[in-house]
Design a binder for this molecule. Structure first.
Ligand code: CP
Length: 316
């Protein structure tokens, strides 16, 4: 297995099965620290730099919380507008990263440009974690999600994932790449205008991901183990931010999970949603035994603890 020490986490395209398993095992080892709400001193001499060019609640704060749980330090920005990258100068990724690398030991970056964290990694002497790049990928989210499935259902192997929502979305891409390393099925359900791009499907074919496309939720819901959701009422992920809309579109019933829909699902199935949500996942589902998105959010801290400690060489 390739070492995680000093490694950039930019994509799940090249992640191997034993690397997923390794991170799940490390996550199990550090999880008691989060569960007991303790802060350890594992990364006492390390600093995380957050570089968020797009809004985030979970990804930025879960990385920060993970660093605090491991006794490390955090610096960075949550709004590029208050930096020289977001003002008159429009400072480049290269110049910005050449500053950030002096401020800490690992960078987590979210950006509206697909490939921006990859560009950062090219210039950075410290590891870069992709916290979501445009429509591109969201590797740490999907690591969290597959860890959640492992904890809740024993294994990713043998599971059928109904991936419902906008398939241009970065999580869907990382999920498709990741599932190529497991004996799992990805069932794709999306509105026509949010269908997976042909280039992405070609990559899944090349990687050997077992996928099929359905047109109606009823074609898959009864056989699904994991209902993996993304909104279809989305902002444009190529923009730095989009403020509150005057009027929100409503999610069509075919892409919505409700108590009524869940009556058709397997008793053992679980619902994951990386959040935030709109009306595709009604709050009434929160009360069902299937809901696991709060557990998923908790695991988001645990998986970032596993990643940060691995990248910063604790387990070598
Ligand atoms: N799941 C997720 O990426 O959420 P944020 O946009 O709040 O980081």
């Amino acid at each position: 297995m390739r070492s995680f020490a000093g490694r950039d986490i930019l994509s799940l395209k090249d992640f191997e099965r034993n690397e997923f398993m390794h991170l799940f095992e490390i996550a199990d080892r550090v999880e008691p620290i989060a569960r007991e709400r303790r802060n350890s001193d594992m990364l006492a001499h390390k600093t995380l730099v957050t570089a968020f060019y797009q809004p985030s609640t979970r990804t930025r704060l879960a990385h920060e919380a993970a660093m605090h749980r491991l006794g490390g330090h955090v610096t960075g920005f949550a709004d590029a507008k208050m930096t020289r990258a977001g003002d008159f100068y429009q400072e480049s990724i290269k110049d910005t990263v050449h500053m950030l690398e002096f401020y800490g030991d690992v960078i987590v970056m979210r950006h509206y440009d697909q490939g921006a964290p990859h560009e950062a990694a090219k210039w950075s002497s410290i590891p870069v974690i992709n916290g979501g790049d445009g429509w591109g990928e969201h590797p740490t989210q999907v690591l969290t999600d597959l860890y959640t499935v492992t904890k809740e259902m024993g294994s990713v192997d043998g599971k059928s994932f109904l991936a419902v929502g906008d398939h241009r979305m970065r999580t869907m891409h990382s999920l498709g790449y990741a599932l190529s390393q497991f004996d799992a099925e990805m069932v794709i359900l999306a509105p026509d205008e949010m269908s997976p791009l042909p280039e992405f499907l070609a990559e899944l074919d090349e990687k050997g991901t077992n996928y099929r496309i359905v047109e109606h939720i009823d074609e898959a819901i009864a056989d699904t183990d994991v209902i993996y959701m993304e909104p279809v009422v989305q902002p444009d992920y190529t923009k730095a931010r989009q403020d509150k809309a005057e009027v929100y579109a409503r999610t069509a019933a075919n892409y919505q999970v409700t108590q009524e829909v869940m009556k058709k699902a397997k008793g053992s199935s679980i619902v994951l949603h990386s959040l935030p949500r709109r009306d595709e996942l009604l709050p009434e589902v929160d009360d069902l035994k299937h809901a696991r998105y709060w557990q998923e959010a908790y695991n988001g801290v645990v998986m970032r603890m596993a990643l940060l400690s691995s990248i910063l060489g604790v387990w070598e």
